[in-house]
Design a protein around this ligand. Structure first.
Ligand SMILES: Cc1cc2nc3c(=O)[nH]c(=O)nc-3n(C[C@H](O)[C@H](O)[C@H](O)COP(=O)(O)O)c2cc1C
Length: 159
C-alpha cells in the first residue's frame, strides 16, 4: 500500500536526530514507553525540553494522564531498545534495566543523557501533541549516540 506521506517523511527525515525513549508511569501500575526522535531542547532557564506524541499512538492516553515523563537518549549500541519500543505492546521494562528518579518515571541504564521532567505545557499540533517538560534532574555520559537519518540508524562518533 502506498504511503501518501512518504515524500514529506523523506524530507523531514533529512534532519538527522538522536533517538530517545520517552516513558511515564501508568495510573494502574507499570510504565508506558515509546521510541521518539522528536526530542528537542527548548530553554535553559527554566530548563525545558519537548517532544511530540502521535495522537494515534497506543500509549497516547497514558501520557495524557501522566504529570511527568523521563527521556533517555540512546547510545550507539542500544538499537534493540529503539526497535523494542517502536512497536505495539513491547516487552515491559524490568527493574534491572532502569533508574528511577524524582518523578517515578523510568530512565534506561547506559543512556548517554537522561531527563526527568514534570509536564509543564501541552500544545495541540495537527496529528501530534507537543509535550513540554520542565527538567527536574538530568545527567550525561560519554559515548557514541544512536543516530537516525533518512529512515536508517547510524552510529554517531564519540567526542
Ligand atoms: C526512529 C523512530 C522515531 C519515532 N519518533 C516518534 C516520535 O517522536 N513521536 C511519536 O509519537 N512516535 C514516534 N515514533 C513511533 C513510535 O515509536 C511508534 O509508533 C510506537 O512505539 C508504536 O506504537 P503503537 O503501534 O502501539 O501505537 C518513532 C518511531 C521510530 C522508529
Amino acid at each position: 500500500m502506498s504511503d501518501q506521506y512518504r515524500p514529506l517523511k523523506d524530507a523531514f527525515g533529512r534532519f538527522a536526530t538522536g533517538i530517545g525513549i520517552a516513558a511515564c508511569k501508568k495510573r494502574d501500575g507499570g510504565f508506558s514507553v515509546i521510541t521518539i526522535n522528536s526530542f528537542t531542547s527548548v530553554s535553559l532557564s527554566p530548563p525545558l525540553v519537548l517532544w511530540c506524541i502521535d495522537k494515534s499512538a497506543s500509549v497516547y492516553p497514558d501520557f495524557m494522564a501522566a504529570d511527568s515523563y523521563a527521556i533517555s537518549i540512546l547510545n550507539a549500541k542500544q538499537r534493540a531498545m529503539s526497535d523494542r519500543f517502536a512497536r505495539y505492546d513491547p516487552i515491559q521494562l524490568t527493574g534491572d534495566e532502569i533508574d528511577i528518579w524524582e518523578t517515578g518515571s523510568p530512565l534506561l541504564k547506559d543512556r548517554i543523557a537522561g531527563f526527568d521532567c514534570k509536564i509543564a505545557m501541552r500544545h495541540a499540533a495537527g496529528d501530534h501533541d507537543i509535550l513540554i517538560g520542565e527538567v527536574i534532574r538530568f545527567d550525561s555520559a560519554n559515548g557514541a549516540p544512536l543516530v537516525y537519518f533518512a529512515s536508517n540508524y547510524h552510529s554517531g562518533v564519540e567526542d
